[in-house]
Ligand binder design. Structure first.
Ligand code: TYM
Length: 337
């Protein structure tokens, strides 16, 4: 089983990235062949400063390892270290219906937030599909906002196979029945952890770098405290039962507290008697219990840039090894070999 996913290096990692995706990355690295990368080509759609782009790429790699990704097991690499992905991006792009891209949620959201609608942003899902298909991925662990992109990747893989593989039957994509040929591009599926598929930000909208409502995993101590204290709440008095709807503080407690602790907090939340400030403190403690060790490890990794580069070079080599036979088959199929 091949597992692959990526995180854009367009800002610091936040707890939405962790609970929505990275926690699954870490769990899955023992269950199959895992490939995790830093989407630094995608990040160019928003980061337009070379120094910052490099720093954020490095920061993302360090964060993965600090959070528990084991580079001896999982392949950790920079997207830009395997240039074949751009070749596949173009080839796929020649088959992608423009109407698919026009209805991409993530594109529409970004435009609504004021990001300029340039070609890179529009074509973003095609590059993401190339990321997934180049490595013959079975499962892609992601948060809910990425599911549509993975469905596109699957549809376009089918379209490629139908167009270029004689004897391919979409009803038998692995060619298990007589007379059918297996596809060149393997069909991927999203893997979403329902309970944490959409982690709310401090204002109650989805936590997102572009909404400015994040809690950063490696944020500075003082700033973190401020963020926790500014989680949006209403004016329910201390002694009264608290509402569980439209309550980002409640949702975050559910995401971040271990189950038994959440059950206790849930009971008092519904009964009343504790103020929102108490719950915010509880949440901050849970944050430190979960991320304290990773924050320490990150500081150690920062002090050893040579080791990080060695890990990334090794990851790039292993990723290229996986990509090159797929790309060779694709080139032959379309007449570029
Ligand atoms: P990115 O960098 O925006 O987010 C990385 C991962 O974090 C998840 N996530 C969330 N999950 C739950 N609640 C939230 N509030 C939240 N915010 C972010 C995302 O769903 C994602 O899984 N396009 C991708 C990067 C990418 C990629 C790929 C992913 C490029 N190529 C190929 C998978 C496979 C992105 O921008 O993720």
């Amino acid at each position: 089983m091949r597992i692959l996913s990526g995180v854009q290096s367009s800002g610091r990692l936040h707890i939405g990235n962790y609970y929505g995706a990275i926690r699954q990355f870490i769990q899955l690295q023992t269950e199959g062949e895992a490939f995790y990368f830093i989407a630094n080509y995608h990040a160019l759609t928003t980061v337009r400063d070379a120094k910052l782009a490099q720093e954020l790429t490095r920061e993302a790699a360090i964060s993965y390892v600090a959070l528990g990704l084991d580079p001896a097991r999982a392949v950790l690499f920079r997207q830009s270290d395997v240039r074949e992905v751009l070749e596949l991006y173009w080839i796929l792009g020649t088959l992608v219906p423009q109407a698919n891209l026009e209805r991409a949620h993530s594109y529409k959201d970004k435009i609504a937030k004021g990001i300029s609608p340039d070609f890179g942003l529009f074509a973003y899902p095609v590059l993401m599909a190339a990321d997934i298909l180049l490595y013959s991925t079975d499962f892609v662990p992601v948060g809910k906002d990425q599911v549509q992109h993975i469905e596109f990747a699957r549809d376009w893989a089918v379209k490629f196979n139908v167009t270029y593989v004689p004897g391919y039957d979409p009803a038998d994509p692995d060619g298990k029945e007589k007379g059918h040929a297996p596809g060149i591009l393997r069909l991927p599926a999203a893997r979403v952890q329902e309970s944490t598929a959409v982690v709310p930000g401090i204002d109650g909208q989805k936590m997102s770098k572009s909404y400015g409502n994040t809690i950063d995993i490696f944020g500075d101590e003082k700033e973190l405290k401020k963020r926790f204290m500014s989680i949006k709440t209403d004016s329910t008095p201390v002694e009264a039962p608290k509402p569980t709807e439209n309550a980002p503080l409640y949702d975050l407690l559910k995401v971040m507290l271990p189950e038994s602790e959440f059950a206790q907090a849930d009971a008092t939340w519904r009964a009343g008697g504790k103020g929102y400030g108490d719950y915010k403190k509880l949440l901050l403690e849970a944050f430190h219990t979960t991320f304290g060790p990773a924050r320490k490890r990150r500081a150690e990794l920062l002090a050893d840039p040579g080791e990080l580069e060695r890990i990334l070079q090794d990851g790039a080599r292993r990723a290229r090894e996986a990509a090159s036979p797929v790309m060779e088959r694709v080139r032959r199929a379309v007449g570029l070999s």
